[in-house]
Design a protein around this ligand. Structure first.
Ligand code: ATP
Ligand code: MG
Length: 583
């Protein structure tokens, strides 16, 4: 049997133009619907997802991807992917490739519309020259510190740079020589000539080009000046014919600049920038700057560490594209920042996996059980249901024999109240097998730890049901010792101990809140033999324990390795917690 989820494949991408979405209403959709109704842009809808290739995508990006692609699909429009690659010092092709495969994996297809801002460097340069010629931009030779000083503050107006009055000819000459590599980094910048007293700091003669003498991963050494985000973004949107440029709230104050540049250059297409609140998720951080720190400082094993909020981490952990898309729809789109509970994401994952993941039995911490009255050489193949939620998934055979493993925590010598599992003298059901009764406990002489249980089985209860209507309260999962496969299981907990590690209100570094117990490795687990051919990336429900994904990096034919995707809701754990609290 194989799990439903294969290794991520680009073939799985859904072409959104062919997919029907019925997401809940949101304010951006309303704006677009009105524009379409009013025949603005001739009724055209064209969005874009503009990642900077300076890190891997995270669940916040997924929100933006889902929003942009599904709005385009809903209105019969198009959505581009554009790499916003204007900062070569931090960017890398590794990121470009990972972003492409993550977008496809989430389920979207950009068709033939994959673009790079670097494709427009010549055009952007011409636009800058145009601004200079029109007296709307000048070369400033203040240092970075001086520029900051001259900018003023929210309460204090800025001061004009002494270079502001430079003539058009001098500006053209200097800008040309900046491009030719005559000056060192920071010697000059090109600034828009707007208003140093504007209440909006973004409008106080923002820098639009700077010198960076570094090679670019696409343009090589062709350029040593690079455009700033505020200059390149609006113009790239315009060049691509974008109608609605959707971005996160922190760009709200940049909108006047976005519009100013497009107005000065009198472009044909003037997209509308619309801001929405970025996704924040509890118990994690969603900032590439912070995630890159965790990777580089070795706090996690890499961008795809299953504890990371990255798309590649979630994929490796066993999250499905469907559950991520569903989560992004559920959280909706708002104009105010908030923190979404990680539990909602986990709920979406559980809901999807419950429908589709095959059930199997696996014992994390095996305790040997010998069935004294079961024939030593006998092996029965018992029928087990693959998914009670979906009868079409059928059944499989599970071997049963005299020596079994059950979960160590399913036995208590001295059971507390409400513990309905196995205990001396008590009868329980082994799922799909038989009723067994515990008749003896063998202990390790040295440690006093329970080493083995002796039980008897009732042959009249085959399949796990008694003919005389006798009831038992506990049902346990198990595996036949001789037939079981050994596996390593990684149990994950939240990456951070507090809900808002990003808050840093007390000034502490976010890393102080890392959860030291976020990864627990359990070796020598025993799992049922049907998993011998489990494919990397496939997800199973280990009955009573949760969902587990075959690790796509470390698992091999020799060593099976599983990542716990998400737990099941465990009522016992809740009761136990409550009792501990009462004590
Ligand atoms: P980070 O803050 O993580 O460094 P970023 O905004 O610098 O992210 P980009 O690569 O520039 O990352 O983002 C690409 C797109 O994804 C942008 O349109 C951005 O607004 C959007 N985006 C980034 N983070 C989030 C988030 N947490 N929620 C929603 N959208 C996001
Ligand atoms: Mg950004």
């Amino acid at each position: 049997m194989t799990g439903f989820l294969k290794r991520p494949s680009e073939k799985n991408a859904v072409n959104v133009t062919a997919t029907k979405f019925t997401p809940p209403p949101n304010f951006i959709r309303n704006i677009i619907a009105e524009d379409v109704e009013a025949k603005k842009n001739n009724g055209r809808v064209h969005t874009r997802f503009p990642p900077e290739p300076n890190g891997y995508l995270h669940i916040g990006h997924a929100k933006s991807i889902c929003l942009n692609f599904s709005l385009a699909a809903e209105f019969g429009g198009l959505c581009n992917v554009r790499f916003d690659d204007t900062n070569p010092t931090k960017e890398d092709v590794e990121y470009v490739e990972s972003i492409k495969s993550d977008v496809r994996w989430i389920g979207f297809d950009w068709g033939d519309r994959l673009f790079y801002t670097s494709d427009y460097f010549d055009q952007l340069y011409e636009y800058a020259v145009q601004l200079i010629k029109d007296g709307k931009a000048y070369v400033c030779s203040l240092s970075a510190d001086q520029i900051r000083e001259y900018r003023g503050t929210l309460t204090k107006p800025g001061k004009d740079s002494p270079y502001r009055p430079r003539s058009v000819e001098e500006n053209l000459d200097l800008f040309e020589r900046m491009r030719a590599g005559e000056f060192e980094d920071g010697a000059h910048v090109l600034r828009a000539k707007i208003d140093m007293t504007s209440p909006n700091l973004n409008m106080r003669d923002p820098t639009i080009y700077r010198i960076r003498k570094v090679d670019h991963h696409r343009t090589g050494s062709k350029w040593c000046i690079y455009p700033m985000y505020d200059f390149s973004h609006c113009l790239s949107d315009s060049i691509e014919g974008i109608t609605h440029s959707i971005c996160t709230l922190e760009f709200e104050d940049n909108r006047p600049l976005y519009d100013w540049i497009l107005d000065q250059l009198n472009v044909d297409c003037h997209p509308q920038q619309i801001e929405f609140a970025r996704l924040n998720l509890s118990y994690t951080v969603l900032s590439k700057r912070k995630l890159v720190q965790l990777v580089e400082q070795g706090d996690v094993s890499g961008w795809d560490d299953p504890r990371m909020p990255t798309i590649s981490g979630m994929r490796r952990r066993g999250y499905t594209p469907e559950s991520i898309r569903n989560f992004c729809e559920r959280i909706g789109v708002a104009k105010r920042d908030s923190i979404v509970d990680m539990a909602l994401l986990e709920y979406c994952v559980r809901e999807d996996l419950n429908k589709r993941a095959p059930r199997v039995m696996g014992v994390l911490r095996p305790l040997r059980v010998v069935i004294d009255n079961y024939p030593e050489d006998q092996v029965e193949e018992l029928d087990a249901i693959n998914n009670p939620e979906d009868p079409s998934m059928g059944t499989r055979k599970v071997p049963f024999s005299q020596v079994l493993y059950i979960e160590r925590e399913d036995f208590r010598e001295d059971p507390p109240k409400k513990f309905f599992r196995l205990a001396p003298g008590r009868e329980v059901r082994l799922r799909y097998a038989y009723y067994i009764t515990c008749v003896g406990v063998v202990k390790d002489e040295q440690t006093g730890e329970v080493a083995e249980l002796h039980c008897t089985y009732d042959p009249e209860t085959r399949g796990g049901w008694s003919k005389d209507g006798r009831k038992v309260r506990g049902t346990l999962h198990w595996v036949s010792a001789a037939h079981s496969l050994e596996a390593e299981v990684r149990l994950y907990d939240r990456l951070f101990e507090i809900a808002n590690p990003d808050g840093e209100k007390d000034g502490a570094d976010f890393k102080t809140y890392l959860n030291p117990n976020s990864l627990q490795v359990v070796t020598s687990c025993a799992i049922e033999p049907s998993l011998s051919h489990a494919e990397p990336g496939s997800v199973y429900q280990f009955e009573r324990l949760g969902y587990f994904c075959v690790d796509s990096v470390d698992s091999s034919d020799k060593t099976l390795m599983f990542n716990r995707t998400v737990t099941l809701r465990d009522s016992w754990a809740k009761i136990e917690k409550k009792e501990q609290k009462q004590k």
